[in-house]
Design a protein around this ligand. Structure first.
Ligand code: MG
Ligand code: MG
Length: 626
């Protein structure tokens, strides 16, 4: 099964695009005419550039407004086609995409269009070329793949076939099951795109909001199952028009595209095992069971300050690594590692970004299968030199330059094997486990990050929320394992002036901005934290006045919240309490939360106040520090 991507899907010059696409391991490209025209190379040189990168030139696109034209216009359309055939032969590409006409002078009629395609097929055959016909969702007469197929069927020429595009079928709400009736060998090419469900003009939606399969809301898996059921064995290619991707990093977007196709085909096979197609097997997606450890790269004064902060949060420096400058801080089921190594990944991470979370350990049911799936989806496995006593725990290069370890039952004694206990457990502040990890990235990378978690672990996405920062907008996407035992929130920053964007700039792209710890009693924990000298993020009185107006809260409880700087939210039946640390390092912070009842959110309504409070304590961007 050959996988491709249209050059229009990613940013950069044609050369950048080809390099990024080859790097992501695609088999070929669809060359978008504009990308070619904008280049200074001759068609032959472009063809060579693509082939030298190890890629097939799968499709030349688009050829517009061809069919149904009368008289002189029809003759001119054929002349135009002949010129494109010349170009295709120079490029070394044998298939052209003809999309259904939107020409104001075009005439309707299935037979008229079929006659045009029969003649075009004849002309193409003389040059060894093929024609693929695609129904645009906004085509003037043909806007449905069923009509396009009927035209191809009546044209009845071996060099004329159908091109299917999931966006045009699903975007118009056409049942993809109708594809199953089409003979697979008459489908010449399949283009895929997903899209978020937005009620807007079809053309505008298509040109700006498409995304990778699995990133949107369309039933691309259902579409793909129907395609595979026809016996289709040709290329599967991404054709994504998306403003974020056009401005995003080409390599990352290409890799996310490849990941989306692999994940999709894996899902198709799981959903319909009777379909046989050539695609390598991989372990199924399995959600993590929780966070095994959070590891900071830190040293010197910053390590000391972080240690003090952890102490005030009720953590104990419990054990030291036998061979590394690595200390284990523990409370409840939470492990925080402080890594001061002068070599390897933690050293790189510290040198590049200062104190930051460089490694996230996830508890999984099978570490080896999780690693296999991650690598099959395109992640690079992580390895660095180990001492004899160290366990070989499976790990990958995660996103944003961090490492992700997978810890299962077989590795659960790592804390005894590799670490020397230095202090017995002390009384904790009641923090039990990691509730969620919040990662920050550029908005244009957010969909790729979200796809990483859904494709690898089968995590479930919550609807995206907009968080208002005093200096801009931050989009927040929460993902969780179905039972809520592992939660991630992704914050996409559009400008460096937002708190999230400032963190990204100041930390040179560190990914984890905050970690939230769960407690079963936030009021008791707040008291214990205070006794240890914890300095909470101060929340203004105005917040509590507003809270009293929004919720029917007991006066005693309200004043206890105000006293401990606890924020509150409720979805009616269940409640959420949160308090924050002050920022440390380059703007990272900790959070303590209590969920009462099945509250599934993260206190989004409180985010603007938390952001404003954090910003008051942070440095003012662009202002001299006096
Ligand atoms: Mg298309
Ligand atoms: Mg949070």
């Amino acid at each position: 099964m050959k996988l491709g991507i249209a050059t229009v899907s990613i940013s950069g010059t044609l050369e950048d695009k080809i390099e990024a696409i080859a790097n992501a391991g695609f088999d070929g490209i669809e060359i978008f005419e504009q990308d070619f025209i904008a280049d200074t190379r001759t068609p032959r040189e472009v063809g060579a550039l693509v082939r030298d990168a190890g890629l097939d030139l799968m499709l030349f696109q688009p050829f517009r407004d061809f069919e149904g034209l009368p008289g002189d216009l029809r003759r001119k359309a054929f002349d135009r086609a002949e010129r494109k055939f010349d170009l295709m032969q120079e490029l070394g590409c044998d298939l052209v995409l003809v999309c259904s006409s939107v020409h104001p002078d075009a005439l309707g009629g299935i037979d008229r269009a079929a006659d045009d395609f029969a003649e075009l097929g004849e002309r193409a055959a003389k040059r060894g070329l093929r024609i693929g016909y695609e129904a645009l969702a906004w085509g003037q007469y043909v806007d449905d793949h069923r009509d396009a197929w009927e035209i191809v069927r009546r044209a009845d020429h071996p060099n004329v076939g159908l091109i299917l595009d999931s966006f045009h079928t699903l975007g118009r709400g056409i049942d993809p099951e109708t594809i199953r009736r089409i003979p697979g060998n008459r489908i010449f090419f399949v283009q895929l795109a997903d899209a978020p469900r937005i009620d807007m003009d079809l053309l505008y939606w298509s040109r700006h909001f498409r995304n990778m399969p699995g990133e949107g809301d369309l039933d691309v898996p259902g579409f793909m199952r129907a395609v595979m059921a026809t016996g289709y064995a040709g290329p599967i290619s991404l054709e994504i028009f998306n403003d974020q991707f056009r401005g995003g990093p080409a390599r990352q977007i290409s890799s996310a595209g490849k990941r989306s196709l692999l994940n999709l085909l894996d899902g198709v096979r799981r959903a319909e095992p009777s379909l046989s197609f050539d695609f390598p097997a991989m372990p199924k997606p399995t959600p993590p069971e929780g966070v095994e450890f959070v590891e900071f790269a830190t040293r010197g004064a910053e390590a000391k300050a972080l240690g003090c902060l952890l102490q005030t949060l009720g953590f104990e420096r419990r054990a030291e690594h036998k061979t590394k400058a690595l200390s284990l801080w523990k409370q409840g089921n939470i492990r925080v590692l402080l890594n001061a190594e002068m070599q390897g990944h933690a050293d790189n991470a510290f040198v590049t970004r200062g104190t930051n979370i460089c490694d996230l350990g996830l508890r999984v049911s099978s570490a080896s299968e999780t690693l296999q799936r991650a690598v099959a989806l395109g992640s690079a496995s992580f390895d660095q030199a180990r001492a004899d006593a160290e366990l070989d725990i499976p790990a990958i290069h995660g996103l944003g330059g961090s490492v992700m370890h997978f810890v299962d039952e077989a590795f659960s004694d790592v804390w005894k094997v590799e670490f020397e206990r230095t202090a017995p457990p002390d009384e904790s502040a009641g923090l039990t486990r990691v509730d969620h990890v919040a990662q920050t990235m550029g908005y244009d990378e957010m969909l790729s990050w979200s796809l990483f978690y859904t494709s690898l672990f089968g995590m479930v996405k919550e609807p995206m929320v907009d968080v208002i920062d005093p200096d801009g907008l931050v989009r927040s996407q929460a993902l969780s394992s179905p039972d809520g035992s592992f939660r991630i929130t992704l914050n996409g920053a559009e400008t460096h002036r937002t708190l999230a964007g400032g963190f990204l700039a100041d930390s040179f792209g560190a990914s984890v901005q905050h970690v939230a710890f769960a407690t079963d009693d936030i009021f008791a924990s707040a008291m214990a934290l205070r006794e240890r000298g914890f300095d909470p993020l101060p929340i203004p009185e105005n917040y509590y006045t507003d809270l009293a107006a929004r919720f029917d809260l007991d006066a005693g409880r309200l004043s206890a919240m105000a006293d401990a700087n606890i924020l509150y939210d409720s979805d009616g039946s269940s409640e959420f309490f949160q308090l924050y640390s002050r920022p440390f390092a380059n703007g990272a912070f900790f959070e303590v939360v209590e969920r009462r009842g099945p509250y599934n959110g993260y206190g989004a309504a409180n985010a603007p106040f938390r952001i404003a409070a954090l910003k008051r304590l942070g440095r003012v961007k662009g202002m001299p520090v006096s």
